[in-house]
Design a protein around this ligand. Structure first.
Ligand SMILES: [Zn+2]
Length: 677
């Protein structure tokens, strides 16, 4: 009992901004806090069920929204730190608590008494205000897609499908990992390293030592090894070997072969969809998305497909010319692409990252991001000098509106360290809501920028600068949120919409105007030269035929698996037939092949791989107005804030978009942005 009372996770975070008291939270606090807060949540849900009054929005939906606040608080702290500043102890707790949490959630979502109350409110939703109605519909759909409408026998069946699917997807990932580990491209002669960059050679040496082959160099079929190797190696045979090693993962040994597994998963997903009343898994998965159905998704992909392969064919012939010019007589193959596209890039856009980096200090780019938000949305960022921290790199900002009122807290944790997961992301410690008093959002951006030596400035490359703006866009989606109910707040939107506000922000750092204003040399203060800038802008359209085609091929493959009526017999034949039918150029492979397509077989993107492009159509359409009327046009900024960044999932997303854009999203803008039209 003493532990509970003094457990900082279960007390109010009573410092000025309600920031979690990171320094006080110890490893031993988590499990008791989880257990206690799960119990509290159960009691709250039980009270909703036991309530004898006639079910209405307040005593069912709003009561559910208010429940579980302690559990939410504990989970936010824990899962944020698990990715941003992990340890063996935290990982151990995660594997202990994750199944407990998923059981707890299942118990709620499959509770028939609770669902019958939701159903009563759902059937009378026409009397509610628009946000309440939206919440009721979203909640009802979520319960329904988990099987709440089924009778007990069918719920059992569904549970059986879910369990087998989750076992299989775990196995899928393990197999990919093992097959990646099993393959070694071993090089024993120094001359075979010709062309490779030093850091890759160094890496290959370490991998060789790990494998007990001290005198050699070992390359693995991972993206980190593969792309620089394919780009730089001067040995075409070796390029082919490593490429094929990558491509054949999940197709080799018997025990780690993913072919049967993929077929079984597709079948189970179809059965599950049928049980829930859908024709296919794609129909089920797309039901709560902005795209709404597979026809809409196909019509987007098809609109981009022909321009993409046309451009790709031009790229192929440009590279073939280089091959010929170099006195070779072979036909460009898939594994040649990276090598010859790099040669083509050097010919066309002769600049290196090193030239542009001195202009892209973290200080400059962060200022550019803050100023962009200030001009568009009339908000400002002010550094908080002293606040709780889990690591010295954590920085906090007050976010104020035009009346100097606090609207949220923004944290950044920008530098790479061993305790941090790879990649970059936005999450929250607290979501904005108003159903239980004004709750202000507390948002964080976590990145993996290389940390400079003490006293030296952080210089970013282009990709980092774009990442900073991308994650900042997600952050604004959380910070500007202005809705009533937490479940509809900020980034709680469908997957094919969530990347829109983030990719939208990228447009500003990709613009010459912003770059010219903020990209100044970290030593001399000089502005970036027009020449360098225009090369950079032009280079953004380079190789887009290839990038678009390989992405679309993977999106088609994803949908093919999840709309196919018949059982698939032979995976290779299934893929070949699909790509032949689409006319995929011989020189390009799908970005992922079925046996290592973890996004769709182990990562929650099944039938959703198209989402990235869907969001890109939205952002390139929406940015057109700013290009025409001024990058910081006040009226457009106001509209963008109201219709996109502040409305979360409280309104129908397509109609919000159309209100902003004046028309349906148009793929033509994306084609132009990528240089395909
Ligand atoms: Zn994103």
């Amino acid at each position: 009992m003493k532990i509970m009372k003094n457990n900082p996770l279960l007390k109010d975070f009573d410092n000025k901004y309600g920031i979690p008291p990171f320094e006080e939270i110890k490893i031993e606090h988590y499990l008791p806090a989880f257990k206690e807060s799960i119990e509290r949540h159960k009691i709250e849900i039980n009270e909703i069920i036991k309530n004898t009054k006639k079910p209405d929005f307040e005593n069912v939906l709003n009561a559910m929204e208010m429940s579980g606040s302690d559990l939410n608080k504990v989970s936010r702290v824990f899962y944020n730190l698990l990715s941003a500043d992990s340890s063996d102890e935290l990982n151990k707790i995660a594997s202990e608590i994750s199944p407990v949490l998923s059981r707890h959630n299942d118990e709620i979502i499959l509770n028939q008494k609770l669902f019958s109350k939701i159903k009563v409110v759902y059937e009378q939703r026409d009397n509610l205000d628009s946000e309440q109605r939206r919440l009721t519909e979203v909640t009802y759909k979520a319960f329904k897609s988990k099987g709440s409408l089924l009778d007990e026998a069918n719920r059992k069946k569904l549970q059986y499908f879910n369990e087998e699917l989750s076992t299989l997807s775990l196995k899928f990932n393990q197999n990919v990992l093992k097959e990646t580990n099993n393959f070694n491209l071993v090089i024993d002669s120094e001359s075979d390293l010709d062309g490779l960059p030093d850091d890759l050679i160094h890496f290959a040496k370490e991998q060789a030592i790990d494998a007990g082959m001290d005198d050699m160099w070992v390359f693995k079929p991972t993206r980190e090894n593969l792309y620089p190797f394919l780009t730089s190696s001067l040995n075409r045979d070796l390029r082919e070997q490593l490429y094929k090693g990558y491509l054949n993962r999940g197709k080799n040994s018997n025990s780690e072969n993913n072919e049967e597994l993929v077929k079984r998963m597709a079948k189970l997903r179809k059965n599950k969809a049928n049980l829930l009343g859908y024709d296919s898994h794609a129909d089920l998965a797309l039901d709560d998305t902005m795209a709404e159905n597979k026809e809409n998704v196909f019509s987007l992909l098809d609109a981009v497909w022909d321009p993409a392969i046309n451009r790709a064919n031009e790229e192929i012939s440009e590279m073939q010319k280089i091959i010929q010019r170099e006195g070779n007589n072979f036909k460009l193959e898939a594994w040649d692409w990276w090598h010859y596209s790099e040669k083509l890039r050097k010919e066309k856009y002769d600049f290196s990252e090193a030239e542009i980096k001195p202009y892209l200090s973290l200080k400059n780019i962060r200022l550019a991001a803050f100023k962009t938000a200030e001009r568009l949305f009339e908000i400002s960022f002010h550094k908080i000098q002293d606040h709780p921290k889990y690591h010295e790199d954590l920085e906090g900002y007050e976010v104020l509106d035009q009346n100097k009122q606090l609207i949220g807290i923004f944290f950044t944790d920008y530098f790479a360290r061993p305790s941090k997961q790879g990649g970059a992301w936005m999450t929250s410690y607290r979501d904005q809501s108003k159903n239980n008093g004004d709750v202000l959002p507390m948002i964080i951006n976590v990145c993996n920028f290389p940390k400079p030596k003490k006293g030296e400035p952080t210089l970013l490359n282009l990709e980092h600068a774009i990442t900073l703006f991308h994650e900042f866009g997600h952050a604004l989606h959380g910070l500007l949120s202005n809705v009533t109910y937490p479940s509809l707040s900020g980034t709680s939107v469908p997957r094919d919409y969530v990347e829109f506000p983030s990719q939208m922000m990228e447009n500003w750092i990709r613009s010459p105007e912003v770059l010219f204003e903020f990209a100044t040399h970290y030593e001399t203060g000089e502005k970036i030269s027009e020449e360098l800038m225009s090369k950079y802008i032009a280079s953004q359209k380079f190789n887009q035929g290839f990038a678009t085609t390989e992405y679309l091929a993977a999106s088609y493959l994803d949908l093919a698996w999840h709309t196919e009526d018949k059982d698939v017999d032979d995976i290779n034949e299934f893929e070949r037939k699909l790509f032949d039918k689409k006319g995929l150029p011989y020189e390009i492979d799908s970005r992922y092949e079925s046996t290592y397509f973890s996004h769709i077989f182990a990562g929650g993107y099944s039938s959703s791989y198209y989402s990235y492009m869907w969001s890109e159509v939205l952002d390139s359409s929406a940015f057109e107005g700013f290009e025409k009327n001024g990058l910081f046009n006040k009226d457009l900024g106001k509209k963008l804030k109201e219709l996109v960044y502040s409305s979360g999932n409280s309104k129908d997303l397509m109609s919000q978009f159309k209100k902003f854009n004046g028309s349906e999203p148009n793929p033509l803008r994306l084609l132009k942005k990528r240089g395909l039209a």
